[in-house]
Design a protein around this ligand. Structure first.
Ligand code: CO
Length: 210
């Protein structure tokens, strides 16, 4: 018996249902990928990129990590970004956070979690950058606000990478979007943190706060 047999059964049924609708689907996709979008989101199992935005395999390039962070020295994320921008030539980078994010919640509390605390430190920095905005708020409001500010901070980090800066210097059409998803109702919201070629200086993008 194959371990996790039900997953292989699911896979067969899924592939068959796609082929039924479009017999040439997998052959066509196997030749090349040309996604227009790069999605950087949280690893949370409730926030699956393709399903949320209703896209098929081949339509969105995806990077996910805990709390959707773009850390200046994270070679994993930066490699995905470089490949998406320079090789796949995506037109849109979507940084999508979500309300109720466990990583953001852990950063808001003062418990020790081991190694991951070093990763979460980047979210604690977001509080440090915006201390006055958290004054007088209850826990739920703080959590929601930090989820939103974290999205905006990571949008800024994307914009400040050499990869995006160089694309903009070359006059490439490339937009960076900051979105947030609600697990409670399945709805995406635009945080109006979008930056595109013509709107930003090509050096040190300032974090859009508030
Ligand atoms: Co999360």
């Amino acid at each position: 018996m194959q371990p996790l047999q039900h997953l292989f059964d699911n896979n067969k049924a899924w592939a068959a249902s796609i082929k039924e609708k479009e017999p040439d689907f997998f052959r066509r996709l196997s030749r090349h990928q040309a996604p227009k979008y790069l999605w950087i989101g949280c690893s949370d199992s409730r926030v699956p990129a393709n399903q949320i935005i209703g896209l098929q395999p081949g339509e969105v390039f995806v990077h996910r990590n805990i709390a959707n962070l773009v850390v200046h020295t994270d070679l994993n994320c930066l490699s995905v970004l470089q490949y998406a921008v320079e090789v796949l030539k995506v037109r849109h980078i979507i940084l999508c956070g979500h309300y109720g994010c466990g990583g953001v919640q852990a950063a808001l509390e003062n418990h020790e979690h081991g190694l991951i605390d070093n990763w979460l430190r980047h979210i604690k920095d977001v509080i440090r950058f915006n201390p006055s905005q958290f004054e007088g708020l209850g826990h739920k409001e703080k959590l929601d606000l930090l989820c939103e500010l974290n999205v905006k901070e990571q949008v800024t980090n994307i914009c400040n990478t050499t990869i995006v800066q160089n694309a903009w210097k070359q006059g490439r059409e490339l937009s960076v979007h900051g979105w947030i998803y609600s697990i409670e109702d399945g709805i995406l919201r635009d945080l109006s943190a979008c930056l595109a070629t013509a709107e930003v200086p090509t050096k040190d993008v300032i974090a859009p706060t508030g």
